[in-house]
Ligand binder design. Structure first.
Ligand code: GLU
Length: 471
């Protein structure tokens, strides 16, 4: 049997981390087993669709490196791939079921049903009441006549055996009064017609599954295999809510901040899936290789923003200077930083901070922190500077820097070494006074690169200032 899986977004907003995870696991599943990955747009809830919803979903899936084999832009012979263009198909299948007596015209509103239920009316009585037309041209929905006393049972790849009794499910709307199908009806029809072999989706859809199985049963179609992935929760174990402002949840937000798509792919791939080994930094190819639907986690996946930042930082550390520039330059430009500097200066800036950069736009913060903090030597640093050896080091280095014609990291490195030789100190006794004298800090980026970034004038100014302080 060929593997065909689908991601079925409703274009009700931007690409959310939870949806991205569903897409990603379907993608991995398809790639791992040489299957087909389909994106089907479920846009039948007209009121909830947003403009650009579809474009934005597809754009950020592509950005993440998740591409598809069939969708609205690639016809694989199972289209249309957008439900609003399939209304005739649903109408056809609905009329089949109506003929069989499995769908019936229902004129009553939700409220009427609630009232009848509250009055203790039986399922059959409610059904009867609903089928009475209040007037000749009254609109109606088509409701599914849920059979009595049937057990729906399926083997979920994540959850194991799941069972529902039909008596737990009320007659449900298959086609709304406006002629448009509900999610459950359209989804079942499409999963069958598109020959979907495995349905991987969030566990919030488990309770929808019996309704979809009813449609399969009504037509005598074989069920696909289901895999319902656990929820994504926050640090407190609560389901991630789109309204929770404390965690960024949309892929677009991460892209804008200068996160790398490979890092996000890696992070999302670990949300509810653990590869066999210990290693957590995995490429897309490694994920495809390692993917095993039976290793999908059965407990909720915790969204840990710090882990995401850690992973992103690891990826940034491996970037070559060109890619690092591509990531950071737009953010520097947007803040008018370095616009008149040489590309060598830009490269120094990036090299100095690459090691601890968590995401691209953070370079702006590092820049300001570096250049705008007040220069005050105090506390432990000041204490360190009281040693007798300090002054000769600073003076030797001051002379060396003043005479430098080329102010490059390499020349600075040489100047540091030369000054050390001249006054016969090395190691910490050489580097620490210089570091404190120009930055007031005892830790920081590599000295020559850092000084290059500061520029000759500022380095000399600070050396003079520090020497004055030591007088
Ligand atoms: N359109 C549904 C959603 O966005 C898809 C559910 C499914 O995968 O069946 O949640």
């Amino acid at each position: 049997m060929s593997i065909r899986v689908r991601y079925a977004p409703s274009p009700t907003g931007f690409l959310h981390i939870g949806n991205a995870r569903t897409a990603l696991f379907n993608y991995l599943f398809a790639k791992r087993y040489d299957g087909t990955f389909i994106i089907r747009i479920e846009d039948t809830d007209l009121a909830r669709n947003v403009e650009e919803g579809i474009e934005s979903q597809l754009k950020y899936l592509k950005w993440l490196g998740i591409d598809w084999d069939e969708s609205i832009d690639i016809d694989g012979g199972f289209g249309p791939y957008q439900q609003i263009e399939r209304l005739e198909i649903y109408a056809h299948y609905a009329s089949e079921l109506e003929k069989q007596g499995l769908l019936y015209k229902a004129y009553c509103s939700k409220e009427t049903i609630e009232t009848l239920k509250a009055e203790g009316a039986s399922r059959e009585a409610i059904r009867q009441a609903c089928q009475t037309a209040p007037s000749e041209d009254a609109p109606y929905a088509l409701r599914f006549k849920v059979p009595h006393g049937v057990e729906y049972r399926f083997q979920d790849m994540v959850k194991g055996t799941i069972q529902f009794s039909s008596d737990e499910v009320e007659d449900w709307v298959a086609i709304k009064q406006n002629g448009i199908p509900t999610y459950n009806f359209a989804c079942a029809i499409d999963d069958y017609l598109m020959q979907i072999s495995h349905v991987l989706r969030g566990e919030d859809h488990i309770t929808n599954t019996p309704k979809q199985l009813m449609v399969y049963d009504a037509f005598g179609w074989p069920y696909p295999t289901y895999a319902h992935m656990t929820l994504i929760v926050n640090g407190e174990g609560k389901k991630l809510s789109k309204r929770d402002g404390s965690i960024l949840q949309f892929i677009e937000q991460y892209a804008e901040l200068g996160y790398l798509p490979e890092a996000l792919f890696n992070f999302i791939g670990l949300l509810g899936f653990s590869p066999a080994g210990e290693e957590e930094i995995l490429s897309k190819e490694a994920f495809i290789e390692a993917f095993d639907a039976t290793r999908l986690s059965t407990s909720p996946a915790t969204f840990d923003p710090q882990k995401l930042t850690y992973i992103n930082r690891r990826y940034i550390q491996t970037l070559n200077i060109e890619d690092l520039k591509a990531l950071c330059l737009p953010h520097l430009k947007a803040h008018n930083i370095g616009t008149h500097e040489s590309s060598e200066w830009i490269e120094s800036l990036l090299a100095v901070f690459q090691e601890r950069l968590e995401f691209g736009s953070q370079i702006v913060e590092h820049y300001h922190h570096f250049f705008d903090q007040p220069f005050v030597i105090e506390g432990e640093a000041l204490e360190f500077m009281q040693s007798e050896d300090v002054r000769p080091v600073l003076e030797a280095f001051q002379r060396a820097v003043a005479s430098l014609e080329t102010f490059s990291p390499e020349h600075l490195k040489q100047a540091i070494t030369d000054s050390g030789k001249e006054v016969e100190v090395k190691g910490k006794k050489l580097f620490m006074p210089l570091r404190i004298a120009v930055s007031a800090a005892m830790h920081g980026p590599e000295l020559p690169k850092m000084m290059h970034l500061m520029g000759q004038a500022l380095v000399l100014e600070r050396l003079a200032q520090t020497l004055k302080l030591l007088n």
